[in-house]
Design a protein around this ligand. Structure first.
Ligand code: AGP
Length: 652
């Protein structure tokens, strides 16, 4: 969950640019974790000439410069103001979401070797760190922190020394940080992305990845590394995704990738379709407001270009298997399992109704962290669809791995290019929601539902459940959604004013039926994670089976009303409204324009434009997102970085 940045430029250009790149990168990555932050630089105390390097020893004075502080990035910037760094040519930087060791100055990254020659940062968890630490301490290594990362720093220095000793014995000098990184990477179990610099070789940054994210930014006479493209988005849009178990070595002029066996690899090049402006707040007060207002575009962009002009059929973004073979496999599946976490799981829950309606096969929705531990029935006739904004949620990745071990077909829905999940899946459909920086997922949620519908239509089409014109009809209805969502986003300020009256509320309930039920769950989650108050979503029909005991005077209850074209559902939910009203609740209804019954029974009605019931969640969720955002704002809370949360949960 941490944010990492690496940078290298020509060593005869040593200046403050590496520090600037790192601080800018950390600002863009701070949403990945913000317990502490730090930076390490090298190439400042002059340069190790070739003759000097012949001595194969750490030359006194050639040390990395490290600045690191607990708390937000501002604390690190103040530390650097008080203790300025010297010009440099290489740098690594890190913003942390603590897994091992409290968030304090000592445990902040980077961590250094005892002679300060090596500096290293880490994203993930090294599960066998304790045994490796014991081994190092028995060799006389002194530890200053309680982190698993410091173990990696000392191991890397030890391996570098062994390589130098071996090369000295062969009367040739090798300062091979790459080989040293390769040697330690194979020692670890767990998840890790590691970046390291060597003060004696200030023209190289080496990175290793296993399960945690790492992408390369390709520059001109300089190169970048980052946990995602936001780290270097304002310097380059040319990127290379690293695969599992790979080591990358960047110099100002080269990018070399090997696997953990030392075999050269070719990275997957891609052009980042996010500009720097998109990754910034764009003039809004918060990322979350910006991202809610981007929802119409996120849906529209996710729908773009989905029909192959030649075949007039839907196509997926990325196939890691032969397309025709994949299509044949899809015709054989007899069960679909959707695995995801949190908001992404509610997107999957919404999709269940649509895919079962279109494809007429059972769809199970599983919380990814529960899936593999319940010994699920999965085989080659199962299709496992994973949904993940970050593509790095470890619970979801591990669920997909388990499904693949059982022979399942896999499709991922992901918003982050170069992430792990697409590489683990047979096929991928990217949501084109752009960078979602706020921890609370909003535009990614509606984009995930949109992408899931596209997959549902793709399956219905290749399995013969729907004719192309029927698929096109639904796509045409989906094409009208962005404009309808915009009509709800335009209510942003009026919903915000309403929320001001409820800033002291202590509990809120959410009721929905059919596809409105997962929307109720998502509405409750938004309020919990943003306003830190009790909120609970229920299936409206469940009310009388217990939860109605919670209803009391003035208790706010949000009710998502089905469209008028579903009278059998609509009438039931109107009855639920009457039941809670009779017990003193204040009812906020989300209802279709023209729903006079809703107006008759509810205290407040958020009107939404008419649309097919299966697509209604794309509209219904918007007022709930805005209300949660507004309530948290009214309470003076940080809506972009809520307490205890991180944007991407890359540990199980
Ligand atoms: C949503 O508001 C939360 N931040 C959280 O539930 C999130 O949706 C979940 O952790 C899944 O993340 P992913 O989409 O990146 O896999």
């Amino acid at each position: 969950m941490c944010g990492i940045v690496g940078f290298v430029q020509q060593k005869n250009v040593a200046d403050n640019f590496p520090l600037e790149v790192c601080l800018h990168g950390l600002k863009r990555l701070e949403y990945r974790g913000y317990d502490s932050a730090g930076v390490a630089l090298a190439g400042s105390a002059g340069f190790a000439t070739d003759a000097q390097l012949e001595n194969t020893i750490a030359i006194p004075g050639f040390k990395t410069q490290v600045r690191k502080k607990a708390g937000r990035l501002d604390n690190l910037e103040e530390e650097i103001r008080q203790h300025p760094t010297l010009p440099a040519s290489v740098a690594i930087a890190h913003t942390r979401w603590a897994t091992h060791g409290k968030p304090n100055d000592i445990n902040a990254h980077p961590h250094v070797s005892n002679d300060n020659r090596i500096a290293l940062i880490h994203n993930g968890i090294i599960e066998n760190a304790n045994s490796l630490r014991d081994e190092l301490e028995s060799e006389g290594i002194n530890f200053s922190s309680s982190t698993d990362t410091e173990v990696a720093a000392h191991l890397l220095r030890r391996e570098l020394g062994r390589i130098e000793a071996e090369s000295a014995a062969e009367a040739k000098y090798t300062c091979d940080l790459t080989e040293a990184m390769r040697r330690i990477a194979v020692l670890f179990s767990g998840t890790f992305t590691l970046l390291a610099i060597d003060a004696l070789n200030p023209e190289v940054v080496v990175g290793a990845r296993h399960d945690s994210p790492l992408v390369v930014g390709v520059g001109d006479g300089m190169n970048f590394l980052g946990s995602d493209v936001a780290a270097f988005i304002e310097y380059t849009n040319q990127a290379i995704a690293l695969g599992q178990d790979q080591i990358v070595t960047i110099t100002p002029e080269s990018i070399d990738i090997i696997d953990f066996d030392g075999v050269p690899q070719i990275g997957e090049k891609f052009e980042v379709n996010w500009d720097a402006a998109l990754a910034s707040k764009g003039g809004y007060r918060t990322f979350m407001e910006k991202e809610i207002r981007e929802e119409p575009r996120a849906i529209a962009d996710t729908l773009l270009g989905r029909i192959d002009p030649s075949t007039k059929r839907l196509k997926l973004d990325e196939m890691n298997v032969d397309e025709e073979t994949f299509a044949q496999n899809m015709r054989k599946i007899d069960k679909i399992i959707i695995v995801a976490c949190g908001t992404a799981s509610y997107a999957g829950f919404v999709t269940k109704y649509a895919i079962e309606h279109w494809c007429r096969i059972p769809v199970e929705v599983e919380l990814a962290h529960e899936f593999r531990y319940r010994d699920p029935i999965v085989n080659a006739k199962s299709l496992v669809i994973s949904i993940s904004q970050s593509g790095e949620t470890m619970d979801t990745i591990m669920a997909v791995r388990h499904a693949k071990e059982q022979g399942a077909q896999t499709i991922s829905i992901c918003n982050s290019q170069g992430a792990a999940l697409p590489r683990e899946s047979d096929a991928t459909l990217y949501t084109h929601a752009g960078p979602e920086v706020a921890v609370a997922s909003t535009k990614a949620f509606v984009a995930q539902i949109t992408a899931s519908y596209i997959i549902g239509l793709y399956l219905a089409s290749i399995r013969g459940n729907m004719y192309n014109d029927e698929v096109q009809n639904v796509l045409d209805e989906l094409d009208e959604i962005p404009e309808k969502v915009q009509m709800l986003v335009d209510q942003f300020d009026s919903i915000t004013r309403l929320a001001d009256y409820y800033s002291d509320v202590e509990s809120v309930l959410f009721l929905g039926r059919h596809v409105g039920y997962p929307v109720a769950l998502e509405g409750a989650l938004k309020l919990k994670e943003l306003a830190y108050i009790h909120a609970e979503g229920f299936a409206a029909g469940e009310l009388k089976h217990g939860p109605i005991a919670l209803i009391q005077e003035d208790l706010p209850v949000f009710v998502i009303l089905p469209p008028l074209d579903r009278p059998e559902l609509h009438s039931k939910v109107i009855s639920n409204i009457q039941e809670v009203k009779a017990r003193g609740a204040r009812v906020f209804a989300i209802a279709e324009e023209g729903d006079t019954t809703a107006i008759e029974h509810a205290d407040i009605v958020f009107k939404r434009p008419k649309c097919p019931s299966l697509l209604a969640p794309l509209l219904d969720v918007v007022p709930l997102q805005i209300f949660a955002y507004a309530l948290a704002t009214a309470k003076g809370l940080d809506v972009d970085q809520p307490r205890n949360l991180a944007k991407s949960v890359t540990v199980e």
